[in-house]
Design a protein around this ligand. Structure first.
Ligand code: DGP
Length: 134
């Protein structure tokens, strides 16, 4: 089994597992942004969000909701950052949702999202293209 996160799910690779559901496993990220940073993965191998089967949408997002609540309730975080990388910047090609505990003043503000402005007419063009398929 070559996938690292498949090996964690099957117990072949050690990890600090914090959540186990029928379809989803959650474990601590080995290099956390902050302590308590959890990765949630579907038990079945799925590369990225676009391949996630319908029946896993609710289990995965429910696990994200539960974990986001837990880092507040148990670790004293004020909130959380929930995100995933898909292909670009994705270092492990098994879909994983990051749940990062957040607290005001933790230093993460604006950490990787420098913002740009739309050129004249660009927002309307981009919105129209997305609207056509969505
Ligand atoms: P990303 O860059 O979005 O693909 O996140 C992958 C994360 O996986 C990264 O934050 C570090 C974490 N990670 C990599 N290898 C391991 C490992 O062997 N065990 C655990 N628990 N986490 C890992």
């Amino acid at each position: 089994m070559s996938c690292l996160f498949c090996r964690i799910v099957s117990g072949q690779e050690p990890a600090e597992v914090v959540l186990e559901r029928d379809e989803v496993v959650g474990f601590l990220d080995v290099r956390p942004v902050f302590p308590g940073h959890v990765l949630l993965v579907p038990r079945v191998h799925v590369d990225t969000l676009t391949e996630l089967p319908d029946e896993l949408l609710v289990p995965l997002f429910a696990a994200a909701r539960e974990t986001a609540a837990a880092v507040k309730d148990v670790l004293g975080a004020q909130g959380s950052f929930v995100a995933m990388n898909n292909t670009v910047s994705q270092s492990v090609p098994h879909l994983h949702v990051h749940v990062v505990p957040r607290t005001k003043g933790d230093g993460l503000r604006g950490f990787f999202w420098p913002r740009v402005r739309y050129a004249e007419g660009q927002a309307q063009d981009v919105a129209a293209r997305l609207r056509a398929v969505l």
